[in-house]
Write a protein that binds this ligand. Sequence first.
Ligand code: PGA
Length: 250
Amino acid sequence: MARKKIIAGNWKMNMTPTEAKALVETLAPLVQNPDVDVVYCVPAIDIVPVVEAVKGSNVEVGAENLYIEDKGAFTGEISANMLVDAGVKYVIIGHSERRQYFGETDEFLNKKVLKALEKGLTPILCCGETLEQREAGVTLDWINLQIKSDLQGVTAEQAASIVIAYEPIWAIGTGKTATSDQAQEVCGAIRKTIAEIYDADTAEKIRIQYGGSMNAGNCKELLAKPDIDGGLIGGAALKPDFGQIVNYDK
Ligand code: PGA
């Protein structure tokens, strides 16, 4: 069974609610492709207006973060229940910016993955190596460790439903994309890791994205690789180019 491609925008800390509504309107006619799942992962404050703006369309909405507790005295945090109630279906977990700037550890990220799954949200679990790690030749070991740590306690059935995003840190926002062969090598290794932790069937089902300066020009080659099932798009998700990525196969 062929895996359906999934193209997700990661808006990061961009777009006021007013700008977000305008962007959704601009992109609406451009992002229609029945062969691709389309997701906008948006800042918390944009979730409600964006859910409203995409109603009746093919686009699903994702969050960029969630907290591990259900409710209570956690000033500034947002729970999975709040996201679900607002109409969110996906949540980015473990983006390298959160690991780097907010000190999120694999142990903490594992709790987020479990919480998202418990509440019916689909995690887009990010992993990726630094340039130093790539040059030291430890990329695959590092990614292996991240995936195994972040998926502790996740069942095979749950694992089959999640999305993993391979994002080499040196390629994020730098305009420096991994070559399609480099991206394929790691995405293939991630699928092998999933087969090791679970089984071949789970590995066959799980969707693995590439992220890191993916754009309208390079998406076709990346998405043609056998183990790359989609993209997590930062900069190019804020422009009409996103529509070209969604329609990479046209
Ligand atoms: P980029 O970001 O496409 O701007 O490199 C990707 C990401 O961080 O998810």
